[in-house]
Design a binder for this molecule. Structure first.
Ligand SMILES: Cc1cc2nc3c(=O)[nH]c(=O)nc-3n(C[C@H](O)[C@H](O)[C@H](O)COP(=O)(O)O)c2cc1C
Length: 241
């Protein structure tokens, strides 16, 4: 009788501890796991025109070109947007929009400058994890991703806005290819980096090694989850240039 009372007490304690652990687990998952899943495995719906709407910014007599690279358009995504494994990709009416692409659109809307999209011949895998692995591999081996289409004629421009996602704390290999294959002597380069937390990583140092352009110290970084609401930050940055 005495023994069974002790056993029951033990069971109650064990169940109570398990219940507390379970509740704590659920709370931690909701706080940290859900935002992670949302950011890394779900496309976020966006009203593109609203997100990229900007008041005009007077850039003086600057002749700028916006050059951007983004995962969208450089990846073999499945036609079904819902099946896409993505890191903070955005979608409007079934069309995917990359973070760097939306940032470029904001800059274009504010300045009226033209945009040029860097495209690769050999696209990256549709899986986010595979792209991360491919990018790591080509960084290590120094493999050059051949670019698709003609490079832009830069004659008419004195300033280049280079907009790209941070990959492995540096510029994606195709952006490095772009800098290697263009002569930016005499032009000013403004970097706009979108990232998942590493801010500029080593991008500034790596850019300096790849181009003859004058690199402006006024670079802009935007956390990937904040891109849809980055318009005021982009406007303030442009106004300060
Ligand atoms: C291959 C790869 C490597 C990445 N490496 C980093 C990194 O080192 N640091 C970081 O903060 N974010 C990293 N990210 C996250 C992206 O920089 C971030 O989600 C960015 O906003 C994506 O922009 P996009 O939609 O224009 O491609 C990486 C993403 C990919 C696909």
């Amino acid at each position: 009788m005495k023994k069974s009372k002790v056993n029951t007490k033990k069971r109650v304690i064990v169940f109570s501890v398990l219940a507390v652990l379970l509740i704590a687990g659920v709370i931690l998952f909701c706080l940290f796991g859900l935002p992670y899943i949302r950011r890394h495995y779900q496309t976020v719906h966006v009203n593109r025109a609203e997100a990229a709407a900007m008041e005009p910014v007077d850039m003086g007599d600057m002749k700028g070109l916006i050059v951007y690279f983004t995962r969208v358009g450089n990846t073999d995504f499945e036609p079904d947007v819902d099946a896409v494994s993505s890191a903070s990709l955005m979608e409007e009416n079934g069309t995917l929009i990359g973070n760097a692409e939306l940032l470029s659109e904001m800059i274009a809307n504010a300045t009226g400058f033209n945009t040029y999209a860097i495209k690769v011949k050999d696209r990256y895998s549709s899986s986010y994890e595979d792209t991360v692995a491919e990018a790591n591999e080509e960084n290590k081996s120094g493999t050059i991703r051949e670019l698709d289409g003609e490079l832009p004629d830069l004659e008419a421009y004195d300033s280049i806005f280079l907009v790209y996602p941070l990959w492995w704390w540096t510029l994606p290999q195709p952006v490095k290819t772009f800098l290697t294959e263009t002569d930016l002597t005499g032009k000013t380069l403004y970097s706009v980096v979108t990232h998942g937390g590493s801010k500029f990583g080593n991008a500034a140092e790596d850019t300096a090694e790849l181009t003859a352009a004058t690199i402006s110290p006024d670079a802009l970084e935007v956390y990937d989850d904040d891109v849809t609401k980055a318009a005021p930050k982009v406007a303030a940055w442009l106004e300060g240039l």
